[in-house]
Design a protein. Sequence first.
Length: 217
Amino acid sequence: MTRLATIEALLKPHRLSVMGGFAVTDEADLPQGTKTLLLIGPDEPGFWPHLTAQPEWQSGAADPIDRWSYRVISQIGADLGATALFPFGGPPWLPFYQWALRSGRAWDSPVRLLVHDQMGLFASYRGALALRETVALPPPPPNPCASCTAKPCLTACPVQALTNAGYELPSCHRFLDSPNGADCMKFGCVNRRACPLSQGYARLPEQSAYHMRQFHK
């Protein structure tokens, strides 16, 4: 079993997976001695039912997903002799967006959101593992947006809040406040759902609805 397969086996019971990584040549923003950074994200299908059955969710306290991520990924990091890093808990904020691009498995999409080769526009990372060892990684796939001729993400938003010019946040919130925004609130951002890769990722609408409520408070 390769080292990467061993790490994946530790993540799998928690419905997590390695969603990219890279060999570290510059330790900026990383613990000294880091040789490999692995980005950790939800493994679908099954992530949301698993998460909502955990004590952090059941307690009813704030930030259940972050608290669960911290507990689980920190323990896996300790088991591996790695340092667990997280996209929350700042400022300062760690550069997960840049790390994702550096992994070669995520790209700047036509609407400027991250698009991942497996997660599509539902790209998200629950944490990262900084390892003091070199872990062999598979070669990165080609950018899926390059072969996507329809590019539905550019036209899906009814108010064009997401375009190749960036994200027009006030327009988005105004739309979500209107009756027409109910679809996005219930099933998740229509732009994210329009991506062909997103449609194959098996993310449950309940998860998207939760994140929309957190976003549109």
